[in-house]
Design a protein around this ligand. Structure first.
Ligand code: SF4
Length: 209
């Protein structure tokens, strides 16, 4: 077990468990700069786990942090950052965990991997990623830009394309939006999810992960 100390010099938490799922803290880097992000509010803790990384975990460290994947309902690539910025490492770990009998592998993502990597990356997820939870966050580009402050132009349409493509290769795709942000219309987000042919989950502010 990793130490669960808050503060600057706490041991980095690579893996942590919540609700019988094993979460992997992949990176602190992000494609977005969400105004509501805990890390811009000087908090690096999520559900009591200090997630600040001074060094990103290697493939081996992530595999070690899971151990036997059959012990969990699911392994989730997550962290206070965007896991798909380390797509190769994530897919390598995912393939190995599947080979070791992992019941389910999920990535919590901003859905901008194809935009960042400059190609449709969703076919690479086929067979090793069982579920994606994609932060839709808003019903339109204007509201999205306001809250998520993407570093790259064209982020919102790229996110929608990612979701459409992911549907073909990943069995379970869910988009999420945070309830309580000004201008975010949760029922419009839900309608958009239906239009995209994917599931929808409403999230509560301050519960990243
Ligand atoms: S994507 Fe997540 S970790 Fe990154 S800035 Fe937004 S809320 Fe924070």
């Amino acid at each position: 077990m990793q130490q669960q100390m808050a503060g600057h010099h706490a041991d980095p938490v690579v893996g942590y468990s919540l609700h019988n799922r094993r979460y992997l803290n992949v990176t602190n880097r992000c494609t977005l700069r969400c105004a509501f992000c805990p890390k811009f509010n000087k908090t690096w803790e999520v559900q009591g786990y200090p997630l600040r990384l001074y060094q990103e975990p290697t493939v081996e460290q992530m595999l070690d942090a899971v151990g036997d994947p059959k012990a969990y309902e699911a392994v989730v690539f997550c962290g206070l950052g965007e896991p798909t910025l380390r797509l190769d490492a994530v897919l390598t770990v995912a393939r190995q965990l599947k080979a070791r009998g992992a019941p389910a592998i999920r990535i919590n993502t901003d859905g901008l991997a194809s935009l960042v990597h400059g190609r449709d990356v969703t076919p690479e997820m086929a067979g090793c990623i069982d579920a994606l939870s994609v932060s839709l966050n808003a019903q339109d580009a204007f509201t999205y830009e306001r809250h998520c402050r993407p570093k790259l132009p064209g982020a919102y349409p790229a996110l929608l394309d990612f979701v459409r493509n992911a549907r073909v290769h990943v069995p379970e795709v869910t988009v999420t939006a945070v309830d309580g942000l000004p201008g975010v219309d949760i029922s419009a987000c839900e309608a958009l999810a239906r239009e995209l042919g994917v599931g929808f989950r409403r999230r509560v502010l301050d519960q990243v992960g």
